[in-house]
Write a protein that binds this ligand. Sequence first.
Ligand code: PMP
Ligand code: GLN
Length: 398
Amino acid sequence: MSSPLVQRLRPFTETIFAEMSALASRTGAINLGQGFPDTDGPAAMLDIARMSIATGVNQYPPGPGIPALRQAISASRAADHGQQFDPDTDVLVTTGATEAIAAAMLAFVEPGDEVIALEPFYDSYQACIAMAQGVLRPVRLRQAEPGGRFALDPAELAAAVGPRTKLLLINSPHNPTGTVLEAAELQAIATLAIERDLIVVTDEVYEHLTYSGAVHTPLGTLPGMAERTVTISSAGKSFNVTGWKIGWACGPAPLVAAVRAAKQFLTYVSGAPFQPAVAHALMHEQQWVANLRSELESRRDLLCAGLSRAGFVVTRPQGTYFVVADFRPLLAPGEQLDGTAFCWSLPDRCGVVAVPQQVFYADQSAGAHLIRFAFCKQVAVIDAAVANLSRPVEGSQA
Ligand code: PMP
Ligand code: GLN
C-alpha cells in the first residue's frame, strides 16, 4: 500500500535525532548527536516530582498550568529579563516548547500564510508550519568565513517579507549554529516586525546557556515588541529534564489566548507532577543553573579544542550546547561532500555520532559540509569522544 500519510507531512517521517540515537545504540558509538544531557537536574526538583506522584498529584492539572508554575514563570521572566506577564492571562504551560511552537503555528497561520524562520532551523519548525498549511520562508544565517559566527543579514531578512508574511519564528540562542543574536540583529528584526505589523514567536529554550559574556536579550523586551511577541521557553535545557516536556508560552493576553485555543485540543494539559517541581526550580535553583552554564562552557572549550585538533574547522558557539564543525579538511581526495553520509560513517571511522547540519536547511545542499556535535555530556564522555576523534578519520577504511 502506498503511504497513507498526507502529502504535506511526507518529508517528515522520521526525526534526525531518533535516527542518530538509534545509530549510536546499534554501533555502541559515543552519542554526541541528539542534544540531551547525561546527568540529572537539581535534586530538590527531582524530589518534588517524586513526592508529587506519591501524594496524588496525578490527575489533569488546570488547562493553562498550575497557578504556582504560572506565577514562577512570570516571576522568573521578570527577574531574568524584566518582562512583565500576568500569570493569570499572559502565561500558558505547554508540553515542552515543541507544543508551544506547534500551537502557535496552528493558532496564527492561515493556509498559505508565510512564516519566516532563521535557517538552519530546529527540525520541528518545518513540520509544524506544514501542519498549519503555512509556507516556510527561510532566512539563512551565514558565515563570513569557515569557522566564523553564523550571522543574520538584515537586508536578507527584509527581502524575505512579503504580502503573505504572517509571523517571524525566531530562535536565539540558536540551534544548531550556537549564535546568540546581537543587538543590531535583534533591532533589525524588531524594526521590521513593527513596520510590517507581524507577530513574532521566539524560541528561547537555551536562554540560560550562553558563554564568554554573550548576553541573551529576549526580542519581547525591545521597544514596541511586547504587544506582538509570544515568548517560548521550557524546563528541559535549563534544568536537565528534556524528558519532562514542561514548556511555556508568554505574551499579551490575546496572543496567549489564541495559542491556548490550539493547545487545549492538542494535549489539553500535561505533566501534573512535574509542574510543581519546575515551579520550585524556577524560583530556587538559579545557582544550579549558573553552575550548569559554567560547566557547559568548559565542556564547549574541551570539545572545540578536540575537534580542532582532529582537523575540523570549528565554530565556537556563543550559546546552546552544540558545536558546528566543517569536516571538509578531513575528506579523502575524491570523497563526496555529504554531511549525512559522513555522519553515517562516523561510528565506523571513530566511534562517535554527530548530526548532519544539512537536515536543518530547506535547501539541504546548503549545509552539506557541516555537522553538529552536542557537548551536554559528562567530561569523561567528551574526553573519550575527543580521543576517538583524534584517531585518523580520513576515509571509512582508516
Ligand atoms: N526549540 C529548540 C531550538 C530546541 O533545540 C528544542 C529541543 N530541545 C526545542 C525547541 C524543544 O524543546 P522541548 O523539549 O521543551 O519541547
Ligand atoms: N533539541 C535536541 C537537539 O536539537 C533534541 C530534540 C529532539 O530529539 N527532538 O538535539
